[in-house]
Unconditional design. Structure first.
Length: 429
């Protein structure tokens, strides 16, 4: 299905949805995930992968392997486990680099998302009397706002002056206006810090153009890829992004509180600014000499602080192996088709009840405004074993994840929404 085609009313049927599923070359990946059975015996309609991805079936055995080796080897597991713990994080490096379009030396799995964001800003937000402003999204995720505000205060600045939000009415932003605002801020701008997909609108920002505009003003440019990694096809190295951070519990399906990731462009590896440092970022060849002076690894790994959590890495490895097999380019193609299909079903079935907030520049998440409705709808949907996501005051987020959602899922979701919103009985077209 091509997202540029008009949605045909004939597609609004269970038969049509199942027909699309039979032609889906990625449909078998669904069987590699646990679909939740929250109530009763029917598997859930799960569209909350933008919040927490489903569990890969291999994750249990991969974690069990590490538990068994812990029992067997204790501390010697760092060297003699089937997947030795000392270099374990390196097992996911190549997969992460392919996923975000980077060189292996530019990516590392470490810490959690906001921790990594702070570590990056320590190095890449170096305000001066003249150049000190940070440009962020208007509707950024609260943790990002807390982080940039606290960084400004850390440098003795007033966040009300130092932090600038993107201009625009409503939840979405005109792409050209982003570039214009960067140019307007000019030599007062120290850092552009955006999400590549806004968490509330689902809008995708054009990374290439934003990086180019930022660098022309003399500002650095970083991205929070919480809604991009595993969702969008990225080319961080070629785009010239200075740094990026992401979590892995959403689209990357690595479990609650999973280990996060970071990218630093190779041009910064030898001449980065100040950096918070820890033992795990020390040169691997001399790390165990326990010397008093830090010698950084000549890659992004120098930003590591402590040895990483092995069980979380095992879950991430299980998921990334699936991505390596499916290929992010194919997943994005299917994601576009699924999202187009879901949007067409919503418009056809719910009409003016459902306002699609997310523009065409997007990943797999659709943000839908249903006026006059609130979180109570979530309870009704959950009673039907149907899971989406709610954000105040009236935004419902739903993601057809291409690894495990189907066209039939999309059809049934909209049927359930129609039943709940319009008090209809059960039944399918």
């Amino acid at each position: 299905m091509n997202a540029k085609l008009e949605f045909s009313p004939e597609l609004n049927s269970l038969k049509a949805a199942r027909g699309l599923d039979t032609r889906d070359e990625l449909r078998d990946f669904r069987s590699q995930f646990h679909l939740p059975v929250a109530r009763g015996s029917q598997k859930a309609l799960y569209f909350a992968g933008h919040s927490l991805g489903l569990m890969p079936k291999k994750a249990r055995s991969y974690i069990d392997t590490e538990l068994d080796d812990w029992a067997k080897f204790a501390v010697e597991g760092h060297f003699h486990a089937r997947h030795p713990w000392l270099p374990y994080h390196e097992e996911v490096t190549d997969s992460l680099s392919r996923l975000v379009g980077a060189n292996p030396a530019e990516v590392v799995a470490m810490n959690t998302l906001t921790v990594n964001l702070h570590l990056m800003m320590v190095s890449f937000y170096r305000p001066t009397k003249k150049r000190y402003k940070i440009l962020i999204e208007k509707n950024t995720f609260p943790s990002d706002k807390y982080a940039v505000d606290s960084q400004a205060r850390f440098h003795g600045l007033d966040p009300r002056d130092a932090i600038v939000e993107l201009k625009g009415e409503g939840l979405t932003i005109d792409a050209d206006s982003v570039l214009e605002q960067i140019r307007e801020l000019g030599d007062s701008l120290a850092l552009v810090m955006l999400g590549d997909c806004n968490y509330l609108s689902g809008q995708y920002f054009d990374i290439d153009r934003i990086v180019e505009a930022s660098h022309k003003t003399g500002a650095l440019c970083g991205f929070n890829l919480a809604h991009g990694a595993g969702n969008l096809k990225l080319s961080l190295h070629n785009s010239g992004v200075d740094f990026a951070v992401w979590c892995s519990y959403k689209y990357l399906n690595s479990g609650p509180g999973a280990i996060a990731g970071a990218f630093v462009h190779e041009r910064h590896h030898k001449k980065a600014g100040p950096r918070f440092e820890g033992w795990w970022g020390h040169d691997k060849k001399t790390r165990f000499q326990m010397g008093p002076h830090f010698q950084g690894i000549p890659t992004v790994e120098a930003w590591q602080l402590s040895n990483p959590p092995i069980f979380q890495l095992a879950a991430l490895r299980a998921s990334l192996e699936i991505f390596d097999s499916a290929k992010i380019s194919r997943l994005r193609k299917k994601g576009d088709a699924l999202t187009f299909y879901l949007e067409g079903l919503l418009r056809t079935t719910l009409g003016s009840q459902a306002e699609i907030v997310t523009p065409a520049a997007r990943g797999s998440m659709l943000c839908v405004r249903i006026r006059g409705q609130n979180k109570a709808i979530m309870k009704k949907l959950e009673a039907h074993n149907t899971f989406i996501d709610f954000r105040e005051p009236d935004i419902f987020r739903m993601t057809p994840a291409p690894l495990y959602n189907s066209y039939e899922d999309c059809f049934r979701l909209v049927q359930k929404l129609d039943e709940v919103l319009n008090h209809k009985g059960k039944g399918s077209k």
